[in-house]
Write a protein that binds this ligand. Structure first.
Ligand code: PBG
Length: 329
């Protein structure tokens, strides 16, 4: 008979006791700010489906990077907005050493050497069809040819100074191939953050608008390479393979609908586990807040805390700066 000897509410009764007994903490150090990067240095364009998010040219990006460092956000993740005329079926622009991503990485690292710079390794911003790989005449994404292209892209990013390359494409064998190339090039300390368990999710819609791949993609789906939302054991196999191939860190994506996967991966492997609070998750919150249906600030912090509680050490979120400001206040 534990009551009244045990009263769970005793700990909840005072602020100091709640502070001491808190199991999980959210800090700006857990956040990564994704940025959509424009060719035009002075560019600044709002993303309609992601209120508060802008595509930025170099000027805006530098400003944002400075804010991140001031607030204790350790890293940025870059996503290029590639002009249509640079897209083709082979995605050749993806490993152009003079391309938008390598130029941006080099400029950022020069100006902010202590800032972690993460690049997206995937072909979808560069393909005329919007898929994450090179396709055959039936539109099937060819695995091994795509991996060859991803290796070139990752090498190009590492050569430009990227601290972390993050393959988000879900091709088989790409982590091993990229790791081998990085070693051969002498980039022994370049981290690989593998999007190991990336689901074929409908929460990516606003992102595809933001980078301009939605129109290219049309009605084509990504179920042929991204994971089935029904599966959980399969995520563990994906993570195990990527770790065996040389991934340093693994990512689960999206975050909130897949908290169970974050928890299983973290418990099973005990490796740095990241989660991507994706565009659709961000858009849902902003829409509800704009209508006065949810308290934006409270729900944002609760959401990010829940992703931490599930087992993520780092969270990519479009609201990173916003959350860091709230945490400081
Ligand atoms: C594609 C990529 C996607 C996202 C990040 N990289 C979309 C997709 O797979 O179609 C989505 C991120 C988000 O929704 O915020 N390589």
């Amino acid at each position: 008979m534990s009551f009244p000897a045990t009263r769970m509410r005793r700990t909840r009764a005072s602020h100091f006791a709640r502070e001491l007994a808190r199991e999980t903490r959210l800090s700006p150090a857990n956040l990564i700010q994704p940025v959509f990067v424009l060719e035009d240095d002075k560019g600044r364009e709002p993303v309609a489906s992601m209120p508060g998010v802008e595509r930025l040219g170099a000027e805006g990006l530098f400003e944002l990077a400075g804010r991140c460092l001031e607030l204790g956000i350790p890293a940025l993740a870059l996503f290029p907005v590639v002009p249509t005329e640079r897209k083709d079926a082979e995605a050749a622009e993806a490993w152009n050493p003079e391309g938008l991503v390598p130029r941006t990485v080099a400029a950022l690292k020069k100006r902010f050497p202590e800032l972690g710079v993460i690049t997206d390794v995937a072909l979808d911003p560069y393909t005329s069809h919007g898929l994450d790989g090179i396709v055959d005449e039936d539109g099937y994404v060819l695995n091994d040819r795509t991996v060859d292209a991803l290796v070139r892209q990752a090498s190009c990013h590492a050569a430009a100074g990227a601290d972390v390359v993050a393959p988000s494409d879900m091709m088989d064998g790409r982590i091993g191939a990229i790791r081998e190339a990085l070693e051969a090039d002498g980039h022994v300390n370049t981290l690989i953050l593998s999007y190991a368990a990336k689901y074929a999710s409908s929460y990516y819609g606003p992102f595809r608008d933001a980078v301009g791949s939605a129109a290219n993609l049309g009605k084509a789906g990504k179920e042929g390479f991204q994971m089935d939302p029904a599966n959980s054991d399969e995520a563990l196999r994906e993570v195990e393979l990527d770790l065996d191939e040389g991934a340093d860190w693994v990512m689960i994506k999206p975050a909130l609908p897949y908290l169970d996967i974050i928890r299983r991966v973290h418990e099973t492997f005990g490796v740095p586990t990241f989660a991507y609070h994706v565009s659709g998750e961000y858009a849902m919150l902003k829409a509800a807040a704009a209508n006065g249906w949810l308290d934006n600030d409270k729900v944002l912090l609760e959401t990010l805390l829940s992703i931490r509680r599930a087992g993520a050490c780092g969270i990519l979120t479009y609201a990173a700066l916003e959350a860091a400001e709230l945490l400081r206040a």
